[in-house]
Design a protein around this ligand. Structure first.
Ligand code: SF4
Length: 373
């Protein structure tokens, strides 16, 4: 069984042989998660006791004022293009650090890891034309709908956590005692963070509108900040922002696993509650002929989430552009991810599948109320 590092080295050698220029691991990319460089004196905003803010904004301001330097932000892939004049997340990172966050981690980097996990699950479980699986790694509304309407399909869904939960767990593993704040376009994520089997990962969930509110309170204009860009995520993780992104990412990664004579992936996606319900009915009736099903509760995926700040077409365009700028195509190309897996003690792919507790959940113990689509 190959180590993660060997796999990366082999792929780099192959790319070099193909005339491509593989990018090595850049220590400067470790900032924010593996080697944060926070200076308390850099903080531009001092929260005062008398601010008027919405319900979930106040506790975050409180924790930032009480524990400066110990709070990490986790941003959803759909954040690109949401704030005026801000195309890439680098300016958001500078803005969050100015408020007092120690670092900003892209959930897209953990979407990379979960893409690799889902590709390996597919390779492991799908062996003939009758086998199929449902993606579980992203949308809490989709998971709730499957749980409520098609419990008989539940065992076709790997018990993977979402990129948000994986990111929170890794941050807390690497920085014991840290507080984590997820920022996205989604209301359902507030409830997901409290589900009993995964409530160890994320302490607060803010929406883009709530982050906007904080920027306004702090008089921070992200567009005017310096861009603190990092290459933590590959194209695969970045395109989780829109419907079809998960399937495309898993398909691209699976294509790199050198599988021979095995079943090809046939992906089908649904977005929006009605489409998701229709797709589940098709799967139940046996009419659906794909072998990998992706559901997203919002029309267009997360770029169409209820707390988006721009319309979903503009959000998708920005997410696609950010994906195209990625230095790496998939998690298997991404040395940041491979370095992180290595540092977390995963030496082989088998280790990764069998012992990745921080990537798995126990749906059986989750007693959270089922979310309404
Ligand atoms: S598709 Fe909608 S409900 Fe699902 S994770 Fe994205 S924003 Fe949340």
């Amino acid at each position: 069984m190959k180590t993660v590092r060997q796999l990366y080295e082999e792929m780099s050698t192959q790319k070099a042989a193909d005339g491509e220029n593989p990018k090595g691991f850049d220590q400067a990319q470790l900032d924010c998660l593996l080697d944060p460089g926070f200076e308390a004196g850099d903080r531009l905003y001092e929260p005062s006791g008398d601010v008027q803010a919405s319900k979930d904004v106040l506790p975050v301001l409180k924790v930032l004022s009480e524990e400066p330097g110990e709070v990490f932000a986790i941003i959803a892939p759909a954040i690109t293009g949401q704030f005026e004049g801000v195309a890439d997340p680098g300016k958001i990172r500078s803005s969050l650090k100015a408020i007092g966050f120690k670092g900003m981690v892209e959930a897209a980097a953990f979407a990379d890891i979960l893409t690799l996990k889902e590709a390996l699950e597919f390779d492991h479980k799908i062996h003939d034309d009758k086998d199929f699986m449902l993606s579980s790694c992203c949308c809490p509304m989709w998971i709730s709908m499957v749980r409520r309407e098609c419990p008989e399909l539940f065992d076709k869904m790997p018990a993977s956590v979402s990129p948000m939960i994986a990111a929170g767990r890794v941050v807390k593993h690497m920085h014991p005692g840290a507080t984590t704040v997820f920022i996205g376009p989604c209301m359902a994520k507030k409830k997901e963070a409290k589900e009993v089997d995964i409530d160890d990962a994320v302490d607060y969930v803010l929406t883009f509108s709530e982050l906007q509110e904080i920027f306004e309170l702090a008089e921070i204009h992200p567009a005017d900040m310096d861009g603190d860009e990092k290459e933590h995520s590959s194209r695969s993780g970045r395109i989780y922002a829109f419907a079809g992104g998960v399937s495309e990412a898993v398909q691209a990664t699976l294509g790199q696993l050198n599988r021979e004579g095995d079943v090809a992936i046939r992906a089908k996606k649904a977005d929006g509650a009605l489409e998701c319900k229709k797709l589940l009915a098709e799967i139940k009736s046996g009419e659906a002929t794909a072998n990998f099903y992706e559901g997203m509760g919002c029309k267009g995926g997360c770029v169409g989430g209820p707390k988006k700040l721009v319309d979903s077409a503009a959000g998708k365009e920005a997410a696609l552009a950010y994906g195209e700028h990625a230095a790496y195509a998939t998690p298997l190309d991404n040395p940041f991810i491979l370095e992180m897996l290595h540092r977390m003690g995963y030496e082989t792919i088998r280790d990764f599948i069998e012992k990745s507790d921080f990537l798995t959940r126990d749906f059986g113990v989750s007693k959270a109320a089922i979310l309404q689509p």
